[in-house]
Design a protein around this ligand. Sequence first.
Ligand code: APR
Ligand code: ZN
Length: 255
Amino acid sequence: MDRTEKICDIIEGSSYVVFLGGAGVSTESGIPDFRSKNGLYHKKKKRFASYEPEYLLSSECLRKKPEVFFEYYRENLDARAVEPNDAHRALAAMEHAGRLAGIITQNIDGLHQKAGSRNVQEIHGTIWTNHCVSCGREYDSDFIFDSREEVPHCLDCGRTVRPDVTLYGELLPDEAYDRSIRMIQKADCLIIGGTSLEVGSAAQLAHMYHGRSFIIINKTKTKLEGKADIVVHDSIAKVLKSVTELMGIWQDDDT
Ligand code: APR
Ligand code: ZN
């Protein structure tokens, strides 16, 4: 039995499957991840060269150097025109077919929802909503990405409008994280994909998992390989598409 058949078998034999993913799920949509060799953290432009990558996406940078923060943010995190890839589509098909209970994602691009997934816990927030740091008025993503002001200001009170993204130095959104913990504790099959597990939040959730089956689909090694039943070092889009084709639930994009 090949790996795809084994993964398919495990999912079919499970009652509560959870997917935990990261930036590697969106790379085949054209969004670079962070830590791969051509990831965001390695291809910083000259004008950002003097800053640590984590600083550029930190609450400190937003507070102390907002013009640097928003320039980096607009240049690297505008995923408004990006389309989901086969990985997003396969996970949505699995949820619609009742084979996936939900997704926990570190991604802020909203591509899982764009592909039709409904139970998506965004533990690092989202680029799609923004709010004023003072009066809390909400704004859409165009307000920040299309703003002609270096630092976008609230139309009501004039203070800074910031993205609903969890920045370095900030706590994770309570509700999404609490729901994620409950999902992990209920799961009897955890699939981890497209994440280096370098950031604490995802690694902590993975360590909370004690269910029966554990699958990792990631191009490069992660520190939890020893715990997994199946490890696939390959494209998550390719693997998840073949798994859902085998299940007979894959829907081509033009359906
Ligand atoms: N298929 C499978 N794996 C892939 C693919 C792909 N198409 N593309 C990339 N990968 C893998 C890489 O090998 C890497 O191990 O995805 C992983 C991406 O890891 P990171 O770049 O570290 O991204 P992520 O784990 O999501 O980072 C977590 O760090 O900077 C913060 O807040 C940011 O949410 C982000 C967090
Ligand atoms: Zn305001």
